[in-house]
Design a protein around this ligand. Structure first.
Ligand code: PHE
Length: 451
């Protein structure tokens, strides 16, 4: 019964398409923009280690669970949760988990779109040759002049939202699949090129040491929370994005295998970004703690000095824009799918409304870099608050509830049949039932200072 709607719903055309789309969702600003700067802010190696442990023990099991729930329910996360709760004789209130995800998605996309707008603006800067021969000082000025301009940020944020909504309106096959097919592999090649540059011109010994030699004195309850939150953010977990992609997954494809492939691809991209950036940070006297502007202040130095740098800069920021784009479409997809299913709206109408709301909220992030930069809540700007609230609190809570539902509530027969992994099922079940939910719970408690 759980697959009753399978035939009426659009599906991915192949296993590879699913892997590319889900990797497209996972790989985005989180890997290339966020991972380096939070690693820089949280002291490097030990933080990276905690992050990797979270990916392996919490992230992968929850990704398997989310895809599994999606494929069992075959609807938007809200309706999927309602259907699956019913099938397991559980409370219908589990559907609020779907709602929680939709709201988290709105909040995330609101600031994600602003930062994605930065990458678009940097394409134009690259085209105009703004980076040729720049020093660290110049890139810092270019960046701060840029974020000081509400008008420019608004323009690019609006442009990015429009593009996202346009693609989402066109649906899974037409929109998403075409966008990810060639772009992901090209992005990988470019990152490798940047790594090669960092090795030839940067302080790679200090860079690698910073990233991979753990100094546990730099780890605090807060940095553990940030590492865990980032594991959710970077794998697109805890809000229904991967669940809805799973709902378009044909039966018979191994969920465990694709999850592991996606998680590895995502982690490799993040580590490559770190390996490309930190040698440049140290060689140019920049601070690892520079915050959200880190990649925008370091990479242009590399592009400005290398042969053919203008060309590579253009290609890089175009690809980063696309990586952000293939993530943003998955962030808003749960909300759009729900509006279509439950309101009977056309996809295009759903996109207009969802897009407008997100855009409006995003203006808060735009202003938090200029007009409102001194307005702080608990010493956080509006952007910091949105980011911390969603990545460090809402995604982990959503993920924990997904783990609890999959491990404790859902009938084992359904998950066993969906996963179909023989003895490995016990390992997954143990991780999803005990390890993931308790780990998240303890980290959350610890971070609010209770445990
Ligand atoms: N995983 C994306 C990234 O790393 C962001 C994202 C978060 C996408 C949550 C979907 C859901 O950029």
């Amino acid at each position: 019964m759980t697959n009753a709607q399978a035939s009426t719903q659009e599906q991915w055309s192949s296993r590879l398409m699913f892997i590319l789309a889900a990797t497209g969702s996972a790989v985005g600003l989180g890997n290339i923009w966020k991972f380096p700067y939070i690693t820089g802010e949280n002291g490097g190696g030990a933080f990276v280690l905690v992050y990797l442990i979270c990916i392996a023990t919490i992230g992968i099991p929850i990704m398997i669970a989310e895809i599994m729930l999606g494929r069992s329910g075959r609807q938007s996360p809200i309706n999927t949760m309602r259907i699956l709760a019913k099938a397991s004789n559980a409370r219908p209130s589990w559907r609020y988990l779907g709602w929680f995800g939709v709201i988290t998605g709105f909040l995330i996309l609101s600031y994600y779109s602003v930062i994605a707008g930065w990458t678009l603006a940097y394409i134009v800067k690259a085209v105009s040759g703004d980076f040729s021969g720049v020093s660290a000082n110049d890139t810092q000025t270019i960046f701060s002049d840029f974020v000081n301009s509400p008008l420019q940020l608004t323009l690019w944020h609006s442009f990015f939202m429009l593009a996202t909504m346009w693609i989402v309106a066109r649906g899974v096959h037409n929109g998403i699949e075409k966008a990810v097919r060639y772009l992901m592999p090209t992005l990988l090649i470019l990152l490798i090129l940047l790594v090669a540059y960092a090795f030839s011109s940067g302080d790679y010994i200090r860079g690698l040491k910073f990233l991979f030699s753990p100094d546990f004195s730099k780890i605090s309850a807060e940095s553990i929370l940030i590492a865990m939150g980032h594991a959710f953010f970077t794998l697109s977990l805890g809000m229904g994005a991967i669940m809805i992609y799973g709902s378009y997954l044909p039966n018979g494809i191994s969920i465990a295998k694709v999850s592991i492939i996606i998680a590895i691809a995502d982690t490799v991209v993040a580590l490559l970004a770190g390996i490309a950036i930190f040698p440049l940070v140290f060689a140019n006297g920049l601070e690892p703690t520079s915050g959200p502007g880190l990649i925008f202040q370091t990479l242009p130095i590399a592009f400005g000095q290398m042969n053919g740098g203008t060309f590579f800069a253009i290609v890089f920021f175009v690809l980063l824009g696309f990586a952000a784009f293939t993530s943003s479409i998955s962030i808003i997809e749960p909300a759009v799918a729900w509006l279509v299913e439950n309101r009977g709206w056309k996809r295009s109408k759903a996109c207009i409304y969802a897009g407008l709301l997100t855009w409006l909220l995003g203006m808060g992030t735009v202003f938090s870099f200029n007009y409102w930069k001194d307005i702080k809540f608990y010493s956080m700007t509006f952007f910091d608050l949105m980011d911390a609230l969603t990545a460090n609190i809402m995604l982990p809570i959503g993920g924990m509830l997904i783990a609890i539902f999959s491990g404790w509530v859902m009938h084992e027969t359904i998950s066993r049949e969906q996963l179909n992994i023989g003895k490995m099922y016990h390992l997954w079940h143990f991780l999803i039932k005990f390890v993931a939910p308790f780990a998240v719970f303890i980290v959350l408690l610890h971070a609010v200072g209770i445990a």
